[in-house]
Design a protein around this ligand. Structure first.
Ligand SMILES: Cc1cc2nc3c(=O)[nH]c(=O)nc-3n(C[C@H](O)[C@H](O)[C@H](O)COP(=O)(O)OP(=O)(O)OC[C@H]3O[C@@H](n4cnc5c(N)ncnc54)[C@H](O)[C@@H]3O)c2cc1C
Length: 388
């Protein structure tokens, strides 16, 4: 069975995994990391202040998280500290992020080291004044830890600082620094710096006998890098990867022909479009159109796919011109996408499916991307079984 997935973010990885579970080795096209490589490490179905964290985890989603190997999805929601100083609920998280739930009513030490992007005393105060900390009587305090070895480590990107802790000698140095700090809290809270390749948070937790973990990541930090690496490992096992830009998806007798910037065009009986939204460039914002003028949207490749904006479907073309941002507001950037039915089937295009941030009008959230990726895989498999 011949199925293509376009996009290597969470939705594309989930779609390829879902197809592999049915015995299909999909061809996955992607150019670079999209939003998934930039995300915070919190895993939500909806914006976290909308109570979406209670949604049940379906078995397929749990299997995908397990196969990825860097996500924690448990029966009940987690509570995490953000890099910006909030405490918030989330349905799941990158495994290195500290789950504050079991720390309720206890003492959490916020690691105080001299990085320019980290103010431990201020963060400890901010976490301590959160509604969750006050309700649960949880104490946050800063704890001085000598964890920087050179002056330049104050300023290097969070990603690079996290990567330093992949080295075994560096991690054992960090363990000694925690032991020598003179405090014995019930949990240690770091910034997003506990390794990219290795499970440094789990190793420190088991060595110290108390939970050790991170806050969420800032844009483009450790959590996104861990997803990217985990995605590469997973796709190498379950799919054939074509790194490059897809330029065109066009209907053919047997399905769809996919053309890319490199290599021959190939025909597939079904295609999953997991190309992301405006944030990742899957939907491009254009300042002017040769024929129409104005500002609008188009997909990052040519395809006869309807776009949708605020429940209005624009049939037949993969571009949408003359969008009035003053009247519609900037939320259009999050709303615009491919028009689909509830199973991710692209309207009027049998055998084409969309997933993740590429779908119009759905929450731009990591678990929604994974859920819709698995759903699109089901649809593509069913279609290819009947017509492929
Ligand atoms: C800064 C930030 C913070 C976030 N924080 C959270 C959070 O706290 N909680 C949460 O749940 N979610 C969060 N999200 C949202 C979440 O990361 C996204 O909803 C999710 O990653 C979307 O995944 P996706 O696979 O649909 O799209 P993407 O990850 O954007 O992937 C799109 C893929 O399509 C590929 N592509 C596009 N066009 C082409 C083409 N023409 N040819 C080949 N490949 C193409 C791209 O290269 C990329 O690989 C955050 C996102 C950002 C940006």
């Amino acid at each position: 069975m011949n199925i293509a997935v376009i996009g290597g973010g969470i939705a594309g990885a989930a779609a390829a995994f879902g197809l592999a579970q049915k015995g299909v080795r999909a061809v996955v096209y992607f150019e670079s990391s999209g939003s998934s490589g930039l995300y915070s490490g919190a895993l939500d179905f909806e914006l976290w202040d909308r109570v979406g964290e209670l949604t049940r985890i379906e078995p397929g989603l749990a299997r995908f998280a397990e196969a990825l190997g860097v996500w924690r999805l448990e029966a009940s929601p987690l509570c995490v500290a953000t890099h910006e100083g909030n405490v918030r609920p989330t349905r799941g998280s990158d495994s290195a992020v500290l789950d504050l739930g079991p720390c309720a009513g206890k003492r959490v030490a916020v690691v105080d080291l001299e990085r320019d992007d980290w103010d431990a005393p201020l963060l400890a105060k901010s976490f301590a004044s959160s509604a969750w900390a006050r309700q649960t009587n949880t104490h946050f305090h800063e704890a001085r830890v000598r964890a920087l070895l050179s002056g330049f480590e104050r300023r290097i990107a969070g990603y690079d600082f996290a990567a330093l802790h992949d080295a075994p000698e560096r991690l054992s140095g960090l363990l000694s620094a925690l032991q020598l700090s003179g405090v014995q809290p019930d949990a240690w809270l770091f910034g997003p710096w506990l390794g990219i390749e290795r499970q440094a948070a789990a190793e420190l937790s088991s060595a110290l006998g108390v939970p050790v973990g991170e806050t969420t990541s800032a844009l483009g930090g450790a959590a996104g890098a861990r997803f990217d690496n985990a995605r590469d490992r997973l796709l190498a096992r379950v799919a054939d990867v074509e790194r490059g830009r897809v330029t065109k998806v066009e209907p053919s007798v047997a399905g769809y022909v996919v053309s890319a910037s490199q290599g021959e065009a190939r025909e597939f009986s079904a295609v999953v479009l997991a190309t992301g939204g405006v944030a990742a460039g899957g939907v491009a914002l254009e300042r002017s159109f040769e024929r129409h003028g104005g500002t609008g949207f188009r997909l990052s490749f040519a395809a006869p796919v309807p776009l949708e904006l605020e429940h209005e479907v624009f049939e037949g073309v993969s571009s949408l011109s003359n969008v009035d941002f003053v009247a519609r507001g900037l939320s259009t950037l999050l709303d615009v996408g491919i028009a689909t039915g509830s199973g991710g089937d692209v309207r009027g295009r049998p055998g084409l499916f969309a997933a993740g941030d590429a779908i119009a009008g759905r929450p731009r959230m990591a678990l929604e991307a994974a859920r819709t990726g698995l759903c699109a895989a089901d649809g593509a498999f069913a279609h290819a079984s009947r017509f492929g």
